[in-house]
Design a protein around this ligand. Structure first.
Ligand code: AMP
Length: 429
């Protein structure tokens, strides 16, 4: 089905064509008609499936088709869990809306607010925001939402996990009741269902693939590894030429710091992304990784969620996620938009229970791999009692040693001869 099938304005079709998209992805094919019709919608789609365009394209079309009721009000609001995702959505809106006249602002914490306030005061039609900073602004700046037509909650499950529910509730209280509400979520837990019931009106539901199922384009495996050897195992893997752009997830910020230092000291080009870094540092790290200036980015879940980086060849779960939903998100960073990717998880023996929970969650057994010397079967050295070589081997080895001591070469022939065994004569003819 071509994009022209949806009845988009020519300016949008041109932008889509310029972006190089030839046909809609599955979630776009299912969600765009509902979005265009003005219906409320829940889309359960894995990351990397093209879900941003699935809500942005109809939103842009509807905004540009209809004249604004108020000349300066905000007409669409998109809430996203992290600054990186908010910025990325804004960039996408700019790309898809490049032939239209839309003013869009991203509102997020961690940066000087003056610039954001100035943009808001000038008036924008679309706001992409993280809930915390927006709440702060709504109170102080009296942002006018009376003309709002569309609300989008992106990564709804993640926002709830991050404890944004009270903020979201407060924001929605400020919005007109008559609006289109689109909700996107990688998973569909009860909390998201209840949010939909409260904020949406007869939503259509679009579900791509099985619930909680990681992107199908990602080959997944786990490595058995002793905890203290994880860094060395990673180094070993990074030597393979196919490890070109590798996103490594760790659980804690200080873990990210330590691993980054270790990789740097081993001459790996690496950047790190976690919430204690300044916004500027985070953006620079992300850009260097996106531009291919570094081979590896080490990140924690909180910041890496939802961000779109082209050509991530491997996602490495250096630490297994405690929350299995995070696994789905993490590995969604590779194999995006139907490209092939690899997801590798390191599993120390003490975390086998986490692996079991994870496999139950995704409904799939992950392929086990080990690299000699790193796996935990090597923890206890092989015992000479249990692994005693056959008797004959002992004798053979003793003879070899004797020959060596005599300064002779322990060739198989010489060993046989020393044992008094018949040795076939050499063919000298
Ligand atoms: P998303 O799931 O929205 O983060 O999108 C993942 C990636 O897919 C982004 O790099 C998009 O530019 C790309 N993408 C979105 N829609 C299409 C399409 N129809 N054809 C090819 N690539 C797409």
């Amino acid at each position: 089905m071509p994009f022209s099938h949806f009845g988009f304005r020519e300016e949008i079709l041109r932008a889509v064509q310029k972006a190089g998209y030839t046909r809609p992805t599955q979630v776009q094919a299912a969600a765009i008609p509902k979005g265009m019709a003005g219906n409320d919608l829940i889309a359960i789609a894995q990351t990397g499936t093209g879900k941003t365009a699935a809500f942005v394209l109809p939103m842009l079309h509807r905004l540009s088709e209809k004249r604004a009721e108020k000349p300066r009000g905000v007409r669409a609001l998109i809430l996203a869990p992290t600054r990186e995702l908010a910025l990325q959505i804004m960039e996408n809106i700019r790309t898809y809306g490049q032939f239209l006249r839309v003013r869009v602002a991203a509102i997020y914490g961690g940066v000087d607010e003056d610039e954001q306030i100035a943009i808001l005061k000038k008036g924008v039609e679309i706001i992409v925001a993280t809930p915390g900073r927006l709440i702060d602004f709504i109170g102080r700046l009296k942002v006018d939402f009376e003309a709002l037509e569309t609300l989008v909650l992106d990564e709804a499950d993640r926002m709830l996990h991050m404890g944004f529910l009270p903020d979201i509730e407060m924001i929605v209280e400020n919005l007109p009741k008559r609006r289109q509400t689109l909700m996107l979520s990688a998973t569909f837990p009860k909390e998201v269902e209840s949010l939909a019931r409260r904020f949406q009106y007869q939503p259509a539901m679009v579900q791509i693939g099985r619930r909680s199922n990681p992107a199908d384009t990602v080959a997944q495996c786990v490595y058995e590894v002793q905890g203290h050897l994880k860094g060395l195992l990673l180094l070993e893997l990074l030597k393979q030429p196919k490890f070109k752009r590798v996103l490594v997830f760790v659980r804690m910020k200080d873990g990210a710091d330590r691993l980054t230092d270790f990789l740097k000291s081993s001459q790996v080009d690496v950047v790190k992304l976690h919430s204690s870094r300044t916004q500027e540092q985070r953006m620079k790290a992300l850009q260097d990784f996106k531009d291919g200036k570094v081979q590896v980015m080490v990140a924690t879940d909180i910041v890496a969620r939802g961000i779109d980086i082209e050509g991530v060849t491997q996602v490495v779960n250096y630490d297994l996620p405690v929350n299995p939903e995070d696994y789905v998100h993490r590995i969604g960073r590779t194999g995006r938009a139907e490209a092939e990717g690899e997801a590798i998880s390191f599993v120390p023996r003490g975390e086998l229970n986490l692996l079991n929970i994870l496999e139950l969650f995704i409904g799939q057994r992950l392929d086990r791999k080990k690299l000699r010397g790193f796996d935990y079967h090597q923890v206890v050295p092989q015992s000479p009692l249990t692994e005693k070589p056959a008797k004959r081997d002992w004798r053979k080895r003793t003879r070899e040693m004797e020959l060596k001591r005599e300064g002779k070469k322990p060739t198989p022939r010489a060993v046989k001869k020393a044992a008094g065994k018949p040795v076939p004569k050499r063919d000298r003819s």
